[in-house]
Design a protein. Structure first.
Length: 278
């Protein structure tokens, strides 16, 4: 793809919107304690389920908790869970996929059959099972999402390595005495970075939704921890009298996921050779 075509793709409205959402999400998560108007543990029974207004811009929820404060701190929880889940699943999947693609033979066959077994189970159901056994906590949610998410990276990495391992520069590296580890780290994986980056961009919103789903069901973050999914779950009890309790965290979740999906689409199109010269 030419530089002009690449810049055009990344300057589309979807890319700009997705990048803006990602920046706002990260900024909000990092600075939530300073941006929040109240403490996430503060309760005000006299203002329980109050409508949005002065003092509580997004209203209050059960026990008078400030909805805006919990939405801001919920971004912090979603960032922690999604970042570490994508990081751990990416490291594990890329490592095993790279080994399978380069080694081939029985190693490749055994690892890919393991991937097939895990893919036979719906990821969210497997995550539900893991968190229900281990109990609700941030660490357990990250473990469950990493355990179910590495398979996509493994299959993608394996396919990229199978395509690249017979290239001339890899043959030259072998002739110069480079070992399999060096060839993987210095030649194969860097050339597969583009598709893996796109995979990670799409995996982030998936992890955010999965964390919110687990928290909605009471199997995510511990009770009392600000989470978009937990706040939506709380708000479902008061939809007729206080719809804002579920509405605002739901909007935050939807906008964040939409932004990352649009950003992933833009990155995928920018790296797609079929768009070269367009």
């Amino acid at each position: 793809m030419s530089g002009a075509a690449r810049r055009f793709r990344l300057r589309s409205w979807g890319a700009r919107f997705g990048l803006a959402v990602a920046c706002v999400w990260v900024f909000t998560a990092l600075f939530a304690p300073w941006l929040s108007p109240h403490s996430p543990d503060a309760i005000d029974l006299t203002r329980e389920l109050a409508r949005p207004g002065p003092g509580h811009l997004l209203g209050t929820g059960e026990n008078g908790i400030d909805v805006l404060t919990h939405v801001l701190h919920g971004a912090r929880v979603s960032l922690e869970v999604s970042f570490f889940a994508v990081l751990l699943s990416g490291v594990l999947g890329i490592t095993l996929g790279g080994i399978a693609g380069y080694a081939g033979g029985l190693v490749d066959e055994g690892l890919m059959r393991l991937v097939d077994v895990l893919l036979a189970f719906p990821g969210i159901l497997l995550a539900l099972f893991i968190t229900s056994v281990l109990g609700p906590s941030l660490a357990n949610v990250v473990f469950a999402l990493s355990f179910t998410g590495w398979t996509g990276y493994a299959r993608l990495t394996r396919g990229q390595v199978l395509t690249l391992r017979e290239r001339d520069y890899v043959q030259a590296a072998r002739a110069l005495g480079s070992g399999p580890g060096r060839i993987l780290l210095r030649h194969l994986l860097p050339n597969a970075a583009g598709p893996l980056l796109v995979q990670a961009t799409f995996a982030l919103p998936g992890a955010i939704v999965a964390e919110a789903s687990l928290s909605f069901l009471g199997l995510g973050v511990p009770p009392g921890t600000p989470s978009w999914g937990a706040l939506v779950d709380q708000g479902t009890q008061y939809l007729l009298v206080a719809p804002h309790v579920a509405l605002f965290p739901g909007i935050a979740l939807a906008v964040t996921v939409l932004g990352f999906n649009l950003l992933g689409d833009a990155l995928r199109d920018a790296m797609d050779p079929r768009h070269q010269g367009t």
